[in-house]
Design a protein around this ligand. Structure first.
Ligand code: ADP
Ligand code: MG
Length: 231
């Protein structure tokens, strides 16, 4: 399955996997992702939304759009068939305006995950050290404060433990001003699984799980980005 997805991208001479493909790879690696399906038309997006159950999220599905929400390609919290239909049209309109030449597969349809503490896990390759994993809290904490930690792949249990605890924002994961503590052990397991996946899949050049929603019990990745090495 993983090989097939990579092979398909190679055949199409692209290095960016779609969100759906990236999530499939991670799911195969044992990482919990929001169930995400491709709809090639407006009618299909409504049909899939009904199957998944409202509220749903629609996102542009295109290997030419790296940052989906920047381009108006993400619509959250859609509660009815009519809202899904309108979101489909709005996404297509925005993307065609922002990227007139993008090859569009359709939209991804996925359940709206319940809110959690947003964390991110990333992988990039260092010229000297090879694959390196990054962990941080999502949103502004990463973008502005760069509150992140790094470890070289392969990670051992202790690396995963430490890298979560050494970010400045760690207290936010322990429960802050009445918010519930999150399942840190589950995040450690995700880090270890990502490390394993990267070791086994050298074709992956960059990876981003941004964000993962962390809960009192478990966690789920709602977005995934994978960039492949040039063949
Ligand atoms: P981008 O390509 O812009 O990173 P994302 O898929 O990360 O797009 O979506 C943007 C934001 O929308 C996320 O950071 C997250 O807060 C929210 N989001 C995305 N998918 C879901 C989902 N399935 N359930 C709930 N919130 C979501
Ligand atoms: Mg994202």
């Amino acid at each position: 399955m993983t090989d097939m997805i990579i092979e398909k991208a190679r055949k199409e001479t692209r290095t960016l996997l779609t969100e759906i493909e990236a999530k499939q790879l991670l799911k195969n690696a044992g990482i919990n992702v929001v169930d995400t399906r491709l709809a090639a038309s407006k009618e299909q997006s409504v049909a899939i939304a009904k199957e998944i159950g409202f509220p749903v999220v629609l996102k542009i599905a295109s290997a030419d759009v790296v940052h989906k929400s920047d381009a108006g390609g993400v619509k959250l919290g859609l509660k009815t068939a009519a809202q899904v239909g309108k979101a489909y049209d709005d996404i297509m309109k925005s993307i065609k305006a922002a990227f007139p030449n993008a090859k569009i597969e359709g939209v991804s349809v996925q359940g709206m995950a319940r809110p959690g503490v947003e964390v991110i896990i990333g992988m990039s390759k260092d010229a000297q050290f090879g694959p390196v994993l990054m962990f941080g809290l999502g949103g502004v904490l990463v973008e502005i404060l760069k509150d992140v930690s790094f470890r070289i792949v392969p990670l051992v249990k202790r690396d995963a433990r430490e890298m979560i605890r050494e970010i400045k924002g760690f207290p936010l994961l322990q429960g802050y001003r009445g918010s519930e503590p999150v399942d840190v052990e589950n995040l450690e397991n995700i880090l270890l699984k990502v490390s394993e996946f990267i070791e086994k899949t050298p074709e992956v050049k960059e990876l981003d799980l941004n964000p993962i929603f962390a809960y009192k019990d478990g966690a789920v990745a709602v977005d995934a980005r994978v960039i492949l090495e040039n063949a």
